[in-house]
Design a protein around this ligand. Structure first.
Ligand code: ADP
Ligand code: MG
Length: 731
């Protein structure tokens, strides 16, 4: 099938969209009317449950206490009634296995009563606990398949919701997933444990400063900015790489890329905007508070960001959001690509993960306020983050390791694989002051006069932004930018919570020791300044405000002794460094068995992903590209022969034929080499990880280079797959 054929198809698809055929949008109701209607949140429970039950439930949801069994029975009954009223027929314990996606097994809410009727039922035990046959989920070699038992346990803090499809409505109950022996096999369990760990340590700090009154716990918050690409769904059928790997494995650069910056923040194309609006409506319905939408840097790239929420809820919502993008796109003839690097040569996609800590009473503990140098408590939280990231940069890097992210980190468009912190002018000035003595001032941003009398004076931040930093302080939160677009943000956040919990523990212990029984303001201030002086002298190397994309930084970071771990296969191994195992164990986030299981499962996924990509490349070349190239070779040879037999020389054509044959030979050799490498992947998953970096990926790159040259030299109607230009620019 030639490109000509595909393009006519696509263009008619796009025209059909713009002329008619547009899906019915909504049901005329306003978004505030639909917000949360399919979400069983506290407001809904308040309406349906007796006061004592609500009080008990609040103790769990807001204060982190364990749930009583009779409370669960009452909640189950109310949840079932609500779901059935809203048309649900089934329920599922919804969880996040180590595959990185979500899992669900639907059970009917209805059972026959023996007298010819169906009755709806959901017991407290059915709500609290499930037992899926979980043998096929990755367990990192923990369980042979004959030991299949696994349990799901209700996460009461994350609201249940209803997913709707054609002919179906299913009650989804967010759960944690563990093995029969209680080993965490999912991404939620450690996240919840890390939230407890950081809450406990942060509460100690609040008690030290006497700011804990009325505070029952400290909450870690998360707000994720999700980047993604949209392509016309027609292209999928003729691109096996997109279908199987969600990224293009071949593709020459189009004449125009992102260099004009004419897409970024541009007017959103009509079809895309229609799609976005429907995604948002679906998300509002289940209570996901989406806020921001815009075009991203690369042509065909977009972003959606919800308002931040408590980390485990935000993480659940993040999974719903990714699933919704993928589910709604086909209704608009589109396909959503969430991969970190769907197209070479233009920007990849990240999931900037914004993180902050707040008290249960709503105070943001990372807010520096105006006179920051006098804000002792903030300084301790800041110091803890600096120390944590310096000591555990390797673990943070490991938390964002994946096959897809390897194409993004350090590729001069996303943060480098070197972990550092950007603090901006104001906080950096404070560190300078601590280094040389006691801080006496806080830099102020002032105001900007725009020079036109009709424009207002606007307040200016005390520092600029830095897009190149993996972890940037952005006003009253940190933004972890190294997280990849397909990832479950739960794991990077688990690591962030745990390493900061450890440093809060460290700094708070010192504050308590130094001040002893003297908790006067002077004593506290002296202790804080002492602690901050130590943090600055020992850990300042992790702070970098310069250009993270520059080669100079690679050298400088090496001198500073910061790890620069390029390959995910290498990064994953860091999780097992003794200091990291000790840390995760000490805070009860993951034990040694859980850690080794995780490393094994992630490594296995990495190896399998790259193996699928390599095999797809070989098949595309053998089944599509080489046959097309040979067909072209035949055309050239025939034309040359016919021209010469007509008595005319054709030197240029002969040259073209020769160089084409030469390129085809190179292609043949390169594909054979890649085929041989896929067959040589070692059995042992850890050896295989190293093999990816040293052998398999270089062979893939070599093959791609040849194919991309060939694409530019061949007539487009003979080229067997849609090209970058069409996929990126047809909206
Ligand atoms: P940017 O300017 O960085 O692109 P966006 O508006 O796209 O910002 O997204 C910022 C994200 O950070 C949103 O999800 C927002 O809700 C979240 N956010 C804002 N304040 C906090 C906070 N205190 N803690 C965690 N996340 C936050
Ligand atoms: Mg941002």
């Amino acid at each position: 099938m030639g490109t000509g054929h595909i393009r006519r198809d696509v263009i008619s698809g796009a025209i059909a969209w713009s002329q008619s055929n547009q899906p019915e949008f909504g049901d005329g109701r306003r978004i505030d009317e639909i917000f949360g209607e399919d979400c069983f949140d506290l407001a809904e429970m308040d309406r349906r449950l007796p006061r004592p039950v609500i009080a008990e439930l609040r103790r769990t949801i807001e204060d982190g206490h364990r749930l009583e069994r009779n409370t669960a029975d009452a909640v189950a009954e109310a949840m079932k009634d609500w779901a059935v009223e809203r048309g649900a027929t089934h329920f599922t314990h919804w969880f996040h296995p180590l595959t990185g996606t979500t899992a669900e097994k639907h059970d009917s809410l209805f059972t026959p009563d023996g007298a010819g009727h169906l009755i709806a039922k959901l017991s407290g035990s059915g709500l609290i606990q499930g037992e899926p046959d979980a043998s096929s989920f990755p367990s990192g070699g923990l369980r042979p398949t004959f030991e299949a038992r696994g349990y799901t346990a209700w996460d009461a803090t994350s609201p249940a919701f209803i997913t709707r499809g054609v002919n179906s409505a299913t009650l989804c109950i967010p759960t944690a997933f563990v093995s029969w022996t209680g080993i965490a096999l999912d991404k939620k369990t450690p996240l919840l444990r890390s939230m407890d760990a950081i809450s406990e340590q942060a509460m100690r700090v609040l008690r030290f400063f006497g700011t804990d009154e009325g505070v029952s716990r400290v909450i870690s918050n998360m707000g994720c900015e999700q980047e993604y690409f949209l392509i016309d769904s027609h292209f999928l059928a003729s691109r096996p790489d997109l279908l199987l790997c969600q990224r293009t494995l071949f593709g020459a650069q189009p004449a125009k890329g992102q260099e004009l910056s004419d897409h970024y923040f541009g007017a959103i194309p009509e079809r895309v905007l229609a799609f976005m609006a429907e995604v948002e409506r679906e998300l509002y319905r289940v209570g996901v508070p989406v806020q921001t939408r815009h075009n991203e840097v690369a042509p065909g790239q977009y972003e959606i960001a919800p308002l931040y929420e408590q980390a485990n809820i935000a993480s659940d919502h993040q999974m719903v959001l990714m699933e919704t993008l993928k589910r709604v796109a086909p209704r608009y003839g589109l396909h959503a690509l969430l991969h970190e690097k769907p197209f070479a040569g233009v920007n990849g996609s990240g999931k900037h993960t914004n993180w902050s800590l707040s008290t249960s009473t709503g105070v943001n503990l990372l807010d520096p306020r105006d006179e920051t140098h006098t804000n002792m408590q903030f300084l301790i939280f800041l110091g803890a983050v600096i120390r944590a990231v310096h000591l555990h940069a390797d673990l943070l890097r490991a938390s964002v390791a994946s096959a897809g992210n390897d194409h993004r980190l350090g590729a001069h468009e996303a943060p480098p694989a070197i972990i550092s912190i950007f603090l901006g002018d104001m906080l950096t000035d404070l560190l300078d002051q601590f280094e040389h003595g006691q801080p006496t001032r806080t830099l102020q941003g002032g105001t900007l006069d725009l020079g036109a009398s009709t424009l207002p004076h606007i307040p200016r931040d005390a520092g600029d932004r830095n897009r190149t930093s993996p972890l940037a302080f952005t006003g009253n939160k940190f933004e972890f930018r190294a997280v990849g677009s397909t990832m479950t943000a739960a794991w990077p956040l688990t690591v962030l919570n745990t390493i900061v919990a450890d440093s809060l523990d460290n700094l708070c212990t010192e504050l308590e020791r130094v001040t002893g029984s003297d908790r006067s303001p002077e004593s506290i201030q002296a202790a804080v300044f002492g602690v901050m002086h130590r943090v600055v002298t020992e850990h300042r190397d992790i702070v970098f405000n310069g250009d993270g994309y520059s080669d100079g930084w690679v050298e400088e970071s090496e001198q500073r002794g910061l790890p620069n771990i390029q390959h995910s296969s290498e990064a994953l191994l860091c999780i097992q460094n003794p200091k990291n195992v000790a840390l995760l164990e000490r805070f009860g986030v993951l034990n040694e068995t859980e850690i080794s299981a995780r490393v094994h499962a992630y490594m296995e996924k990495l190896v399998m992903t790259v193996n699928i990509e390599a095999t797809t490349m070989v098949r595309m070349v053998e089944q599509k590209i080489l046959p097309a190239a040979h067909r072209y070779q035949g055309h050239l040879a025939e034309t040359a022969a016919a021209t010469e037999s007509a008595g005319t020389e054709c030197i240029g054509l002969r040259d073209k034929l020769e160089s084409h044959v030469e390129l085809c030979e190179k292609l043949q050799q390169s594909v054979q080499r890649l085929q041989a490498e896929t067959e040589a992947i070692p059995e042992d998953v850890f050896e295989a990880g190293g093999f990816l970096a040293s052998r398999l990926r270089p062979a893939m790159e070599d093959l791609r280079e040849i194919v991309d040259i060939l694409e530019l030299r061949m007539p487009s109607e003979l080229w067997p797959t849609p090209c970058y230009r069409d996929m990126l620019f047809l909206k």
